[in-house]
Ligand binder design. Structure first.
Ligand code: SAH
Length: 246
């Protein structure tokens, strides 16, 4: 059992070596407070099994940020609208909100209790660039206030890649980007996702293969670019994408 007084490692050199980026002191402090709040939340809610300081650093902080830092479109300082779909305990959205305080981030989850926990956490950490939203991605993707409203959509550990694409692509603007955070990935996965992405008005722009710096686990970030409107029938009604994946 980890104690909330446990300290996260700073990992300054590994941040620099792997991402050519380093958290500032206040960001390190917020990462530490985020870790403490997640440990506390875990006492009530099943937020994550990843609780040791080093695992938390690698599998939540590093993993959340590695697909984002270094993207050319984020080099610009402009504020962008980002949605994290099925955020759970706030990943990847919260580390990104801390790293990019000028971005406007929406954390979406269908579980009320998780969102209530995140609302409290945002107050505790004085994070002001994040909003939360309770709902199913299928329903939110059909509302005027969220459909084609985001520059960037992120989705990690929510389901099959084709299901994640159906949740995420309708939410981004034309020209916007979706990042699917995946573990193992194969050529067959690429072929199938190409077919699915096309139906949604997007295409696979690139696929990055990554190795996590501590445990050397494999990760893939799949970048989908939206080039035209998603047909109105997508996302299909609640439950359908999961039951009948494209
Ligand atoms: N992204 C987090 C959590 C993954 S667990 C991480 O990587 O750690 C999956 C989360 O997705 C759960 O919290 C679940 O409530 C949420 N979820 C599953 N299906 C959803 C849907 N259709 N719409 C919104 N949230 C969903």
């Amino acid at each position: 059992m980890n104690d909330i007084d446990d300290k996260l490692p700073l990992m300054t050199e590994i941040w620099e070596k792997t991402l050519s980026w380093q958290p500032k002191d206040w960001q390190q402090q917020q990462f530490q407070e985020l870790y403490q709040q997640i440990l506390l939340g875990n006492l009530q809610l099943n937020l994550t099994r990843i609780t040791s300081p080093i695992d938390f650093w690698e599998k939540h902080l590093w993993d959340s940020l590695t697909g984002i830092i270094g993207l050319t479109e984020i080099e610009t300082k402009k504020s962008i609208r980002v949605i994290d779909i099925g955020t759970g305990g706030g990943f990847p959205g919260l580390p990104i909100a801390i790293a990019f305080p000028h971005w406007k981030i929406t954390l979406l989850d269908s579980t009320h209790k998780k969102i209530a926990f995140l609302d409290n956490l945002l107050t505790q950490l004085s994070i002001h660039n994040v909003k939360t939203l309770v709902g199913r991605a299928e329903a939110i993707g059909q509302t005027d206030s969220h459909r084609k409203s985001y520059d960037l959509a992120l989705i990690r550990a929510v389901g099959k890649a084709s299901v994640c694409a159906e949740y995420a692509v309708p939410l981004v603007k034309k020209g916007g980007l979706v990042i699917l955070y995946r573990g193992h990935w194969s050529q067959e996965d690429t072929s199938h996702l190409e077919f699915v992405a096309e139906q949604l008005g997007s295409k696979i722009e690139s696929i990055e293969t990554l190795h996590t710096p501590i445990s050397d686990s494999i990760r893939h970030c799949i970048y989908l670019r939206k080039y035209s409107s998603t047909p109105p029938k997508f996302p299909r009604p609640v439950g359908v994408p999961n039951q009948k994946p494209l």
